[in-house]
Design a protein around this ligand. Sequence first.
Ligand code: NI
Ligand code: MN
Length: 229
Amino acid sequence: MKLTWLGHSAFFCQLGGIDLLIDPFWTGNPTFPEGFEARLAKVDRILVTHVHADHLGDTVRLAQKYDATVIAQYELCEYLGGKGLSRFEPMNTGGTVAAGACRVTMVPAFHSSTLVEEGKVVCVGDPVGFVITSADASLYHAGDTAAFGDMALIGKMWQPKVGLLPIGDRFTMGPEAAAYVCNELLAFDTVVPMHWGTFPVLSGTPEAFAPLVRRGRVRVLKPGETIDL
Ligand code: NI
Ligand code: MN
């Protein structure tokens, strides 16, 4: 599996013969690596964890440009249908869909999934995370979430070896809770911190997170950096 961090919670991931984007918040993301899109030839699927703008991001534009199928919760797919998209894999929490040689399972996240339209706050489904497995790789993108006990169930059922965990605090869990997840709930080989450093209001840092992690290797990526796992 090749994994590229694109700043915030955005990743480009190649596994099981397909090219995936997750939470493609590019426009307005001060940490998005300049020039990345010019090098991106193909996108097969776009996975979206929830409707917040720092996760939905450029999904509509990129899905149209690359003719990619969006994998998201049913309500979010309905919402995107209203924005002109037509290629979806609607699903809901607990479900699994095939994507190339991968299996994509939607798992819970403790957060919210709202936007403001015409001055009103509208709920668009629930926030979720994704577990993606192929013959030789397994990845858990936690989305925006608090730590919660059933992360242990995600570990028992799917044994994800690579974890992408938010550490920025305030809107998600912070460094201490994310380290607890690694030490007590999920046995990752590799954990990549995300949802940090984008905006000053996100106070959690890898420097606070990494020393607390006793199980698994913390890989702090630079935006645009690719690792082979
Ligand atoms: Ni959010
Ligand atoms: Mn967020």
